[in-house]
Design a protein around this ligand. Structure first.
Ligand code: AMP
Length: 198
């Protein structure tokens, strides 16, 4: 099963991806997590990405495409994977197409979590508070000012992907404002239908 989770920052992609990992035994490929790990490790990629991430802007397509291309060749991706936070631009979406076709594999479905913008800032503030009270590091970009920029980037560069995947007959939408369990159930229903259609 290969799927993409689409949706603005704070839509719940990460939370749902973790549940899918548990249920389906396929890895979550979060480019955000990979980039944060690179920043933490102080690698060349991390050094180039840090300021861009802190500002809430998008890291270059070349960097993220290279990271994902390398990652999907690892053994744990053989049965499938969940792309979380990638692709985020049309250039990245085209890169996914060629990465998969070069490997003779396809995409099963793209699930968009549809959410109300006004609720998102509240979710981000809560995510920062939860991390803090759990003694975990708070993401530098989880604050309202940077969040505004992340949302702008989403509408400018990522939202067009819904049309891109709709045109390919791959897009399914799920109400991301429902409870976490209800969203999971809706995603599972979409995946079951996609599996039946295969
Ligand atoms: P996320 O954890 O998905 O919210 O990503 C955090 C930050 O990492 C984003 O605001 C971007 O700066 C960067 N990032 C993550 N994924 C991508 C991507 N696919 N393309 C460009 N930048 C990305």
């Amino acid at each position: 099963m290969r799927l993409i989770l689409l949706g603005p920052p704070g839509a719940g992609k990460g939370t749902q991806a973790q549940r899918l990992v548990e249920k389906h035994g396929i890895p979550q490929l979060s480019t955000g997590d990979m980039l944060r790990a690179a920043v933490q490790a102080g690698s060349e990629v991390g050094k180039r990405a840090k300021a861009v991430m802190d500002a809430g802007e998008l890291v270059s397509d070349a960097i993220v495409n290279a990271i994902v291309a390398e990652r999907i060749d690892q053994a744990d991706c053989a049965k499938g994977f969940i792309l979380d936070g990638y692709p985020r631009t049309l250039v990245q979406a085209d890169a996914v197409e060629s990465m998969l076709s070069q490997r003779g594999i396809g995409l099963d479905t793209v699930i968009e979590l549809v959410v109300d913008d006004r609720a998102l800032v509240g979710r981000i503030v809560k995510r920062a508070e939860d991390a803090k009270s759990a003694g975990q590091p708070v993401r530098k970009d989880d604050n309202p000012a940077v969040f505004e920029e992340r949302l702008r980037e989403y509408y400018k560069k990522t939202a067009p992907l819904t049309g891109y995947y709709y045109a390919k007959g791959k897009l399914k939408t799920v109400d991301g404002m429902a409870s976490i369990d209800a969203v999971t159930a809706e995603i599972e229903a979409v995946l079951a239908a996609a599996t039946r259609a295969r």
